[in-house]
Design a protein around this ligand. Structure first.
Ligand code: ATP
Length: 597
């Protein structure tokens, strides 16, 4: 008996989403889509719309290989593998190829079309969970069966989803707004939904709770073990005076370690530990020694710690650079690496203890409790810190941190709660790079790229159109075109990476006045250094923050630092339009004070 939403209907919504170039229209479509969903299936619909079978922190990767999908399409349509491959070369999109071949396939199967969203999800989860001997054949068969029963439009999205390439471009904030609309009739409840999302990082769970338990369920949402909390982030200020003024005259200052953010969930009775990255990916397998240490060194039934994991050389007492810590991102030889480059976790916060959320307790209380439950002399240490009430003392602590090879400091408001998922002035960072010409590097999202000219023709790559994130509007606003400073290797790898995420027209969530040679889906982040921030009519960064008709901000002489794509950041983690605006203001202040006698 059919009860839920037909996949055909969902595919229809996806087709509409793909066709729109405005974010507002996108919200309308999503609102209607969620309004049609039954309570029990909204979760699956949300995951599906995000293009994953489960929230990212579950580490369930679908990403079927293209070759396997091609075989499944061949089986389902009666086309030869070569024929599918030829079509793929033409369309550059296996989803489109499947759609076309389903419509024109020799078997001329139009599909019965009567299966629900939950049927598709169940098959996808089965495919994701199949491994070992004979798994390739099994996956091909499952996908082929599903395709054989589907209509052309359904086939388009089934294939893209199986490949992990759905690319509907709906961001978290857009989905939350549509959920609020669908459940309450307007967008006002979005803020509350965001709060719930910040403490579980699971949009599907938030949507389901809203549909099943209404507003109350969301308002009473609780921190839970193994559901990652979205990390608190730091604002930036350039001087000790400004930091202390902001903090009300007194604050804690901690060393800023340049490693990998790690949120450690510990269930001691169940002997279960999970570690999540800053992007809330499950990275437990990267840190076997930390998993062991968590069970040994944390004296509580259950706890969630927040900290920075960094490779550390016991012999010389020195930290290894970020790139070396990043080597843990590999898939093989982790145990060997953990001996060669042992890690330490510098714990700096306690978010949960023995069944109780600590998010709303003040920093001092959280830190004191952290020091009570963790031994602090093994693999898990505490971030170094002191309390200051004078700029000179803060300055001195900063200088010593830099001398020790650290990145800088993070100042913390002694009374502030832990603000999940937000960049607030309760944490303020000051980095050694602020002493240079531009106050800091920025993290930008690639939204398009340019064809190479001159000697670059050979690489097919001539630069990047880069954007900041406007977290209020949930759109990406362009801030600069980066055309120089690429190594040959970078040009080659950028081209091949960006080619894969090329899209035919400007994505709905990109706000731009300039037109690159090729648009890309906003997916990758690069770290950029520039000489100066200026105002520019060409770019849209921050334009809407000032009011209608304003010009945007732009970066002058931008170049990419750090070698390439920042795997540890998602597009929504990029520097925001608000931060650029603040950096612009700070830069003016610095210039004025430098010019003063
Ligand atoms: P950056 O690129 O400057 O590290 P970010 O965008 O990764 O910035 P921020 O919010 O700007 O993150 O800075 C906070 C980051 O600094 C945290 O995500 C964490 O990984 C790291 N960090 C290192 N030491 C500390 C500390 N003692 N307290 C808080 N965060 C720390």
């Amino acid at each position: 008996m059919l009860e839920g939403m037909l996949f055909e209907e969902l595919a229809g919504f996806y087709d509409k989403l793909e066709g729109t170039s405005s974010r507002l229209a996108m919200i309308d479509i999503l609102t209607e889509m969620f309004s049609r969903a039954r309570k029990g299936e909204v979760k699956d619909i949300i995951y599906m719309t995000l293009g994953t079978p489960a929230p990212p922190f579950k580490g369930i990767d679908l990403g079927m290989a293209e070759k396997l999908a091609e075989e499944a399409i061949a089986t389902a349509t009666g086309e030869t593998k070569e024929g599918v491959d030829r079509s793929f070369k033409k369309t550059g999109d296996l989803g489109r190829s499947a759609e076309q071949l389903m419509g024109a396939g020799r078997l001329r199967r139009m599909g019965s079309g009567k299966f629900e969203v939950s049927d598709v999800m169940a098959t996808m989860l089965k495919i994701a969970g199949t491994s070992g001997q004979g798994s390739k054949e099994a996956k091909i068969k499952m996908l082929a069966n599903l395709l054989a029963a589907s209509k052309p439009l359904e086939a388009r999205y089934i294939v893209r989803f199986a490949l992990g390439e759905l690319r509907l471009g709906a961001g978290d904030a857009t989905i939350l707004e549509a959920l609020s609309n669908a459940a309450t009739g307007d967008r006002k409840f979005k803020a509350k939904l965001e709060e719930a999302y910040n403490i579980c990082s699971d949009l599907g769970l938030v949507g389901e709770t809203l549909m099943r338990e209404g507003k109350r369920g969301i308002e009473e949402f609780k921190v839970a073990l193994f559901e990652p909390i979205r990390p608190a982030l730091a604002e930036r200020l350039p001087t000790a005076e400004e930091i202390l003024a902001r903090m009300g005259g007194k604050c804690a200052v901690e060393s800023k370690y340049d490693g990998l953010r790690a949120q450690v969930h510990i269930d001691r009775a169940g002997k279960h530990v999970e570690i999540f990255s800053r992007r809330l990916e499950r990275v437990t397998d990267m840190f076997p020694e930390l998993t062991r240490a968590a069970l040994r060194e944390v004296h509580a039934d259950s706890a969630i710690l927040d900290g920075e994991a960094i490779a550390y050389d016991e012999a010389t007492n020195q930290f290894h650079p970020f790139q070396e810590t990043m080597q843990r991102k590999r898939k093989h030889g982790i145990e060997e690496k953990s001996e060669e480059l042992p890690l330490r976790l510098f714990a700096f916060d306690l978010l949960y203890l023995n069944g109780e959320s600590y998010l709303n307790k003040g920093y001092t209380e959280r830190r004191d409790e952290l020091e009570r439950v963790v031994k602090g002399d093994g693999t898990i240490r505490f971030s170094d810190r002191t309390i200051v009430d004078k700029p000179a003392a803060l300055e001195k602590y900063f200088d010593e941190a830099v001398e020790d090879g650290l990145e800088g400091i993070v100042a913390k408001d002694l009374d502030a709660p832990y603000v999940a998922g937000a960049r607030k002035f309760s944490w303020i960072k000051m980095k050694r790079s602020y002493k240079g010409e531009l106050s800091d590097t920025v993290d930008l999202v690639v939204v398009g790229y340019y064809r190479g000219k001159g000697i670059r023709t050979e690489f097919g790559f001539g630069g990047i159109l880069a954007a900041v994130y406007d977290d209020k509007r949930d759109v990406f606003e362009t801030v600069t075109r980066i055309g120089t400073g690429f190594t040959e290797e970078m040009m080659r790898s950028f081209r091949s990476v960006f080619e894969k995420i090329r899209v035919a027209k400007k994505p709905a969530r990109v706000d731009a006045l300039v037109e690159p040679d090729f648009w890309t889906e906003p997916r990758y982040v690069v770290t950029v250094k520039a000489d100066e921030i200026t105002k520019s009519p060409m770019h849209t960064a921050g334009r809407h923050r000032e009011g209608e008709g304003e010009v945007g901000y732009a970066l002058r002489f931008p170049r990419i630092v750090g070698g390439g794509i920042r795997e540890d950041k998602s597009p929504e983690d990029a520097t925001t339009a608000k931060e650029i605006e603040e950096m612009f203001r700070q830069q003016r202040k610095t210039k004025i004070s430098e010019a003063a006698p």
